[in-house]
Design a protein around this ligand. Structure first.
Ligand code: DGT
Ligand code: CA
Ligand code: CA
Ligand code: ZN
Length: 583
């Protein structure tokens, strides 16, 4: 049996992990890891590429790896991998992926305690046996238990940052067909959820045949799960599942509404329809009798737009991001939905990195890219000195950078205002990474949590409050420090944090990176309700990341956020006055 791209990528990744546990040369480890990444993001089937003899044209795939790919395509197995498995227990690979473990510790547990699976590790940790090992303690033992718990909650849902570009590409491809009259993403991806179970796509057409045919024969399809006239499903080579439904344009509104969901929103919509003597489904609004049975002879209302569905039910149009049954139904009936922030409202980015710390681009390159994107002002905010792994700036380098930023700002003239800032670490002991005298030299100071994330609630809260109340700190970056797929948010007393932020007028960030989306929507909504200033920033570490702003805006919209609460929608002069008023 031949293997799929994803299975081959998985095997190479496991080879890399096992080599790393064994302590092999890092270059050898990386060659397998990079090959795995190349294959994972490949839009074409390896079988086809191999038959063209073009495997070694792929990046990070040389002769040795290509031969191994061919071996797997032919036999469904890899001898090299089988031999590694005989030497290194496979369970160690799962162990090293627990947050807070890694290859060295996995090897330590194996050698010292003969632990070869996550279950065994949990038993040992529960019994307190890890704390006695060299370089371990009670704290690191607890961290591992937390990591195991996070692992068990992983769901196999895709992050929106991966799923959205893939989904959009498919939609574009289908819309190129002459039969396609209208098309849209639906389901959770249209509602902008952080993670996506499967991608739902709707297309309006009279003849569905060519559309379904094009869909199931796309180059990046791994498996066809279903192929019919109204619905087809595939699993992409990346593992993402995609459903396409084709329907008549006359029913577009009801269908798009139904398949966008959420289920809870749909249930309430149906009830509102019933209260008006109508049955709502994906096809139409149909009159019902006293027993809620559709009256066959009566005329149905077809809706070719979602607006018409809401209108017929006496409601305001509800933006997809709000359709979670969290008050939007009631608000739409009373015509008091918020005017949600849009991408066009955002005219600045207050959080980005350069090659002075761990960014990929120079300050000038970042600035030029921001001019191209139409920003009126930005802040350069590299990491601070205690963040060694991110090449954080010493005080001397920070001050030198501020001078450089001001020089560049003079050069750019009116095109953009470039401010000097920092993303200062809130250290594990609660202190801030630079003294106030140094912060006084900067235009804008962010403070963020990067370490000590598993501390107790009181401790984390105290650290956040201390940062919020510092007179130079203007914003807390990614306040809850959550990261997809498996880093939980910190445990903090959010009521206290929001109250302090309101009091000190310290901005809480909505970090737009799809792996963060932090504040999460629920907290952003609470913050807005309390009058806490917000900002939506990309935290870009390279030019391409500047385009992630859209994800942050969607996340903010899911939190009912309006533009007026978002500081980086304000014109430069107002922003400046506000900063001045605080100092
Ligand atoms: P996901 O895929 O888990 O991220 O979440 P959704 O919301 O995309 O859910 P999915 O793909 O199962 O279904 C897409 C939409 O179709 C869902 O949001 C609402 C609608 N839908 C699915 N099943 C039902 C149902 O049994 N009743 C009603 N009223 N709507 C449904
Ligand atoms: Ca879905
Ligand atoms: Ca679906
Ligand atoms: Zn950060």
């Amino acid at each position: 049996m031949s293997l799929s791209n994803r299975e081959i990528a998985d095997i190479f990744e496991r080879c890399a992990d096992m080599l790393q546990i064994r302590g092999d040369n890092i270059h050898r480890v990386l060659s397998y890891r990079r090959a795995s990444e190349t294959i994972r993001s490949l839009p074409r089937d390896l079988r086809v590429i191999s038959s063209e003899g073009a495997l070694t044209d792929l990046s990070y795939i040389g002769k040795t790896i290509a031969a191994k790919i061919d071996e797997m395509l032919e036999s469904g197995e890899l001898d090299f991998y089988n031999r590694l498995k005989a030497e290194i227990p496979e369970g160690l690979v799962d162990i090293m992926h627990i947050n807070g473990v890694g290859p060295k510790k996995a090897k330590l547990f194996w050698e010292q305690l003969e632990i070869t699976s996550v279950d065994e590790l949990k038993i040992a940790a529960d019994a307190g046996k890890l704390a006695g090992l060299a370089g371990m303690g009670k704290k690191s033992q607890q961290k591992i238990l937390d990591g195991i718990e996070a692992l068990s909650r992983q769901t196999g849902r895709a992050n929106i940052g991966e799923a959205l570009p893939a989904a959009q590409k498919i939609l574009d491809l289908l819309m190129e067909l002459p039969e396609a009259q209208e098309g849209a993403l639906a389901g959770s991806i249209r509602r902008g959820r952080e993670t996506i179970g499967d991608v739902d796509i709707l297309v309006a057409a009279d003849d569905s045949g060519p559309i379904m045919q094009r869909f199931v024969t796309m180059e990046n399809v791994g498996r066809v799960l279903g192929h019919g006239p109204t619905k087809s499903s595939v699993e992409l080579l990346s593992g993402l599942q995609v459903d396409v439904r084709v329907l008549a344009k006359s029913r577009w509104g009801t269908a798009l509404n139904y398949f966008t969901g959420s289920l809870a929103h749909n249930v309430k919509m149906r009830q509102i329809a019933l209260d008006r003597g109508l049955s709502l489904n994906e096809h139409a609004l149909s009159p019902v009798d006293a027993n809620k049975t559709i009256i066959d002879s009566a005329e149905k209302t077809l809706c070719d737009s979602e607006e018409k569905v809401y209108e017929t039910l006496g409601m305001q149009y509800v933006p997809p991001e709000l359709r979670e049954d969290s008050g939007e139904i009631e608000a739409a009936r009373e015509r008091r939905l918020p005017r949600l922030v849009t991408r066009a409202d955002i005219i600045a980015d207050l959080h980005m990195h350069s090659d002075w710390s761990d960014g990929k681009n120079t300050i000038r390159e970042m600035v030029e890219a921001c001019v191209e994107r139409g920003h009126q002002y930005i802040v350069i905010t590299d990491h601070s000195r205690s963040l060694g792994i991110a090449n954080g700036l010493s005080i001397e380098r920070l001050l030198a950078q501020a001078e450089e930023v001001r020089r560049i700002n003079d050069e750019t003239g009116e095109a953009i205002e470039v401010l000097a800032g920092t993303e200062m670490d809130i250290k594990a002991d609660g202190s801030l990474d630079y003294p106030d005298e140094v912060l006084a030299h900067l235009d804008f100071v962010i403070a963020s949590l990067h370490s000590g994330l598993s501390q107790k609630r009181e401790q984390v809260t105290a650290r956040l409050l201390n940062a919020i109340r510092n007179p130079y700190v203007r914003m807390i970056g990614h306040p809850s420090a959550r990261q997809f797929p498996n880093r939980d948010e910190v445990d903090a007393d959010w009521d206290a944090v929001l109250a302090a932020a309101k009091e000190a007028e310290t901005i809480l960030e909505i970090n737009a990176n799809p792996l963060r989306l932090d504040l999460k929507p629920e907290l952003a909504r609470l913050a807005q309700d309390m009058g806490v200033p917000l900002a939506i920033n990309t935290d870009a570490h390279q030019v391409a990341h500047l385009d992630l702003m859209e994800f942050g805006v969607t996340n903010a919209r899911r939190g009912w956020v309006e533009a007026r609460h978002v500081v980086n929608t304000w014109p430069l002069e107002r922003f400046r006055q506000w900063l001045k008023g605080l100092s």
